[in-house]
Design a protein around this ligand. Structure first.
Ligand code: GAP
Length: 517
């Protein structure tokens, strides 16, 4: 079986070969941790954004969307706490001269302990077969309990040290765990230092008159500063939400793992404004609702888990991540944060403007509390793309590469293929292509043998292939081939649209999501 590193390499090369993601400015040898979305990638990303937007905005009568500017008044970032507290702890290895996030070094160490637990589970599963009870094993096996306690103790200490800004203790922990630099293999570390992640830039034509700005490190602040504008013009009543998708920028110390951690990325965030004191109820609600959204994409419940934060961000009183099983292990996909009244109160303080809500039921004004859901679009893309890419063994020793994207997200929904490039078949195929393209993205392909064309569409993730053959000329029927099963059905041309729509239409997926929750 291929190891995780090989699988991940395959994901990256497939993304490039099939027009999903290119390194940025590749002709100049690229730019570290910056990527461009290619012709298929942009469609998949757009579909993901739309699926999120419809589920969050269109289907919630009390959530509206905005699109705020990337540039914001610099005081925004003072008020939000980002100037003072948006730091990562960094550490350098003196021998390799490589820079790391100190907390990530410790977390990677803990991930290895978690791998050991998974190995124990796999071993026991093999030994006990059908009778295996995983929950019982996890809570009673002495070795597993020891691993779990050790992992928890390390994370707890890391969380507490970071909270106290005790960077000397973070270094002490790295030394006690005997963590070595993956490049030099040595423990020759510098002290741990704080590093602010915001990118600075200047606004204005002359150097004297220029204003120092930051590229926004989260989209959330564009929502907070517009709280009153939206509430008043939209006549919104609490509880209500404001959603936004857009670019965010962070000067990550270690940007790596392809599009998992980038310096320029896109977030899809929703701030839900609530009555103070109701935050626990809404925290539970949004955890459940967001997990259900992820699960609706059909990648399997076993690939998601919640992870409660030990170290809370400067604005939160409770926070957790929805983690996904990436090819390099379980990692954060989305954050659910109870942000209290931190942001609105601070913007009130710094701007001198009231950011309050008059509650007619209580006949008083207050600064609302906020429940935030925040998912990285690129990270979501990686989760879905890497999970969907599969090598499948076929009968006769052959293998096929298939990108089993959820149909609703696939860039191209159907490919129309004439069996041969003659006998009037391309003309019929083009008629079908020109008709269906009003409903979905359709590809037309007449080059190479039909088997090779099927493989090409499998690899790019197209759910259906329609083949026009000689029988089509006699009875106006075609074959429709299903990507996942490779089964073919003969159907009348007139039935194609409905048949495909039933499977790929976003509205159907949203209805199902709503019905199940
Ligand atoms: N407004 C809250 C906020 O920004 P966060 O946990 O820092 O919270 C939210 O970020 C989500 O944004 C993460 O769960 C992740 O999906 C995505 N994200 C954060 N940093 C990223 C990066 N450097 N590259 C790609 N995605 C990132």
């Amino acid at each position: 079986m291929a190891n995780q590193e090989d699988i991940f390499k395959k994901v990256i090369s497939h993304a490039k070969e099939y027009g999903y993601i290119f390194p940025s400015s590749e002709i100049y040898d690229g730019l570290s941790a910056v990527y461009d979305y290619a012709q298929n990638g942009v469609e998949l990303k757009k579909n993901l954004r739309e699926y999120w937007w419809k589920a969050m905005v269109q289907l919630h009568e009390n959530i509206v969307g905005i699109d705020a500017a990337i540039f914001m008044h610099p005081t925004t970032w003072k008020a939000s706490g980002h100037v003072d507290a948006f730091n990562d702890p960094l550490i350098d290895n003196k021998d390799s001269k490589k820079r790391y996030r100190a907390d990530t070094l410790v977390e990677d160490y803990v991930a290895k302990i978690e791998d050991k637990i998974e190995k124990e589970v796999a071993k026991a599963q093999k030994r006990f077969g059908e009778a295996f009870d995983k929950e019982q094993f996890l809570s009673t096996n002495p070795k597993v309990i020891e691993y779990k306690e050790r992992a928890e103790a390390i994370l707890h200490r890391l969380g507490k040290s970071l909270e106290r800004e005790d960077l000397a203790d973070v270094k002490a922990l790295i030394e006690e765990l005997e963590i070595v630099c993956p490049i030099s293999g040595t423990k020759n570390w510098t002290e741990v230092k704080q590093f602010n992640l915001m990118f600075g830039t200047k606004l204005g034509a002359t150097s004297e008159g220029a204003m120092d700005l930051y590229l926004r490190p989260e989209t959330a602040q564009g929502i907070f500063v517009n709280f009153s504008n939206v509430q008043k013009t939209g006549r919104m009543k609490i509880p209500f939400g404001i959603a936004q998708t857009g670019k965010a920028f962070r000067n990550e110390i270690v940007a790596r793992q392809f599009i998992f951690r980038m310096r320029e990325f896109e977030q899809m965030e929703m701030q839900f404004f609530i009555k103070p004191g109701t935050q626990q109820e809404w925290y539970d609600h949004w955890k459940k609702t967001r997990l259900a959204w992820h699960l609706s994409l059909g990648l399997g419940a076993e690939n998601y888990r919640f992870h409660d934060h030990e170290k809370l961000a400067h604005y939160a009183d409770a926070a957790c991540d929805i983690e996904f099983r990436f090819p390099f292990g379980f990692k954060e996909l989305e954050g659910i944060h109870s942000r209290t009244d931190f942001d609105l109160s601070n913007h009130e303080k710094y701007s001198g403007k009231k950011l309050q809500y008059f509650d007619p039921d209580e006949n008083r004004s207050y600064v609302p509390y906020v429940l935030e859901t925040s998912v990285g679009l690129d990270r979501l893309f990686l989760a879905i793309f890497s999970h969907s890419l599969q090598e499948e063994a076929l009968e006769g020793g052959e293998t096929r590469t298939v990108l089993r994207l959820p149909f609703v997200l696939a860039p191209t929904k159907v490919a129309v293929l004439p069996l041969v490039k003659k006998d009037g078949l391309p003309e019929i195929a083009l008629d079908i292509f020109n008709d269906l393209r009003f409903d979905f993205n359709v590809a037309y392909d007449e080059k190479d043998a039909v088997g090779r064309r099927y493989r090409r569409q499998d690899a790019v993730g197209t759910p259906f292939c329609i083949t026009v053959d000689h029988q089509t000329k006699e009875d106006n029927t075609v074959t429709i081939r299903h990507r996942d099963t490779m089964e073919q059905q003969r159907v009348p041309i007139s039935a194609l649209r409905e048949l495909i729509l039933k499977e790929v239409d976003m509205n159907q997926w949203l209805r199902k999501l709503r019905l199940e929750n």
